[in-house]
Write a protein that binds this ligand. Structure first.
Ligand SMILES: Cc1ncc(COP(=O)(O)O)c(C=O)c1O
Length: 411
C-alpha cells in the first residue's frame, strides 16, 4: 500500500502491528508478517515499561472516562499531581513546571525562559548536540502579545525587544577550557548553557561530572543559567530519575536551573515538560508560552502511572543494571570489531566503527532481518539500545550473540 506520509524519515521496511502481551514481557513487537522483534528502539526511548503494561492502560482508561481534555486556563487534578511529582523527583530548586506535549516544545520553553529571565540572548550548545527541530511558528503568529517578546516581523519597530532570541554559540563537548574562553569573550551576553547530561543522538556519550560541575560553576560566576536537556536521558532511563543526579549527585548547590523531559516520561503517551527554579519561572508571565495539549489530563495520568510503576516494580535498579551487564558480556565474550560499549543504565551505545565509518546501518539491518532485534543507529557507527527498563541479562545476551553474528557476516 502506498505510504501517504511525507518522505521525511529513512524507512526500515517493516510495518509494526502490535506488541507481545505484557504478561509475556512486553519487550517485543510483532510486524505485519507475524515476525517478532526484541524492541530496543522502543519508540526511540518512549516505552520504558515495555508495551501494554496493564496498570498504565488502566490508569489511562480511568482518566478517559473521567476527563480527557481540559484547556490550560483551567486546573485539573492530573496536571497538578504531575507537576508536584516532577518537582519532588527532579533536581531543580523549588521547581515550577511547564507542561507540553513533545520534547521540542520543552526545549522551546527552556530557551524562552533563559532569555527572559536573564535579558540576554546567547545560548551555548555543544557539538553533536540534539535539542529538537522547531523552526519559528511564533514568527508567523500575528498576536503581538505572544510574539513581540521574542520576534518581530519585517517593518515592525515597536515595542523595543529585550528578549531577542537566541544566537547560538557552539562549543566542543567536554572541553571546559573552551567554555571558559567563551565566557571570557561573551559572558555578559550568555543567557544559558544547554547540555544533554548524556548525549543521545550523537551516539550515547555521558558527560563527566567534572564537565557538568565546571559548566555549572561558569554559569554561576557569570550570571548565566544552566539547562539540562534530559529528554532522552531523564525519566529513569539511566537508572535514576535524573541523569544530572546520577552523574553530579544530589547537592542542591549544584542543581541545574532548568531541566526538561519528554520521551519515557509518559510511558508511551506524548508529553514534554520543562522545570525551572521558582524565582526564574516568574519570568514566564501570562502569554509568554503555551500549547493546547500541554497538561492534557490523559497524558498526565499516563505519566503519573509511569512514575508509580517504575517505583513499585524497582525499575530504576533494573535500568541501572543494563550497561554493566552488557559490559561484562563484552569482556567475557569480546567481538573484535566492537570499539566501545558505553552509556549509562538503559541508554547504551555499542560503537562498531571508527568515527566517520558508516557501517552501523548495515549492522542494524542485519540485526533486524537476520536476528529479530530492532535498534537505532547513531552517527553511522553506533548501535543504540533503548530497551524497556525491565529488560535484563537474557535480552542483552540475545543482543550480544546476534551482534557477534551480524559483525561476522559484514567482516
Ligand atoms: C536530547 C533531546 N532533545 C530534544 C529532542 C526532541 O524531542 P522531540 O522529538 O520529542 O521533539 C530529542 C529527541 O530525540 C532528544 O533526544
Amino acid at each position: 500500500m502506498q505510504d501517504l506520509r511525507w518522505p521525511t524519515y529513512a524507512l526500515r521496511g517493516v510495518t509494526l502491528e502490535r506488541a507481545e502481551p505484557h504478561e509475556r514481557g512486553g519487550l517485543r513487537v510483532i510486524d505485519s508478517e507475524g515476525r517478532s522483534y526484541l524492541d530496543a528502539v522502543n519508540g526511540v526511548g518512549c516505552a520504558p515499561l515495555g508495551h501494554a503494561h496493564p496498570r498504565w492502560i488502566a490508569a489511562m482508561h480511568a482518566q478517559m472516562q473521567r476527563l480527557s481534555a481540559a484547556a490550560n486556563s483551567f486546573t485539573s487534578g492530573p496536571q497538578q499531581a504531575l507537576a508536584r511529582r516532577l518537582a519532588e523527583r527532579f533536581p531543580v530548586r523549588d521547581a515550577r513546571v511547564f507542561l507540553g506535549s513533545s520534547g521540542t516544545e520543552a526545549t522551546e520553553a527552556a530557551i524562552k525562559l533563559a532569555v527572559r529571565a536573564t535579558g540576554r540572548s546567547i545560548i551555548v550548545a555543544f557539538e553533536r548536540a540534539f535539542h529538537g527541530r522547531s523552526l519559528g511558528a511564533l514568527s508567523l503568529t500575528a498576536n503581538t502579545a505572544y510574539r513581540h517578546p521574542y520576534v518581530r516581523c519585517i517593518g515592525e519597530s515597536e515595542p523595543a525587544d529585550p528578549f531577542a532570541v537566541a544566537q547560538v554559540l557552539r562549543l566542543p563537548w567536554g572541553d571546559l577550557a573552551a567554555a571558559r574562553a567563551a565566557f571570557a569573550a561573551h559572558g555578559p551576553r550568555i543567557a544559558g548553557v544547554f547540555v544533554e547530561p548524556v548525549q543521545g543522538e550523537a551516539g550515547v556519550f555521558p558527560a563527566t561530572r567534572e564537565f557538568l560541575v565546571g559548566l555549572h560553576g561558569l554559569c554561576r560566576e557569570h550570571g548565566a543559567l544552566l539547562g539540562a536537556d534530559e529528554i532522552q536521558c531523564g525519566s529513569g532511563r539511566v537508572g535514576a530519575w535524573s541523569a544530572w543526579s546520577r552523574i553530579v549527585g544530589d547537592d542542591p548547590a549544584l542543581y541545574p536551573d532548568i531541566l526538561w523531559l519528554a520521551k519515557a516520561l509518559g510511558g508511551g503517551m506524548p508529553i514534554g515538560v520543562c522545570l525551572a527554579a521558582g524565582e526564574l519561572a516568574k519570568a514566564m508571565g501570562k502569554g509568554t508560552h503555551g500549547t493546547t495539549f500541554g497538561g492534557n489530563p490523559l497524558a498526565c495520568a499516563a505519566a503519573l502511572a509511569t512514575f508509580d510503576i517504575i517505583e513499585s516494580e524497582g525499575l530504576l535498579a533494573a535500568a541501572a543494571a543494563q550497561l554493566p551487564t552488557l559490559q561484562a558480556l563484552a569482556v567475557a565474550q569480546p567481538h573484535a570489531r566492537v570499539h566501545e560499549v558505553r552509556g549509562l543504565g538503559a541508554m547504551i551505545g555499542v560503537q562498531v566503527g571508527r568515527p566517520g565509518e558508516q557501517i552501523g546501518n548495515a549492522i542494524g539491518d542485519r540485526l533486524m532481518h537476520d536476528h529479530g532485534i530492532l535498534a537505532t543507529v547513531c552517527s553511522g557507527h553506533t548501535i543504540r539500545l533503548l530497551l524497556p527498563y525491565r529488560a535484563g541479562e537474557p535480552e542483552l545476551r540475545e543482543f550480544w550473540r546476534a551482534l557477534g553474528r551480524a559483525l561476522e557476516v559484514s567482516a
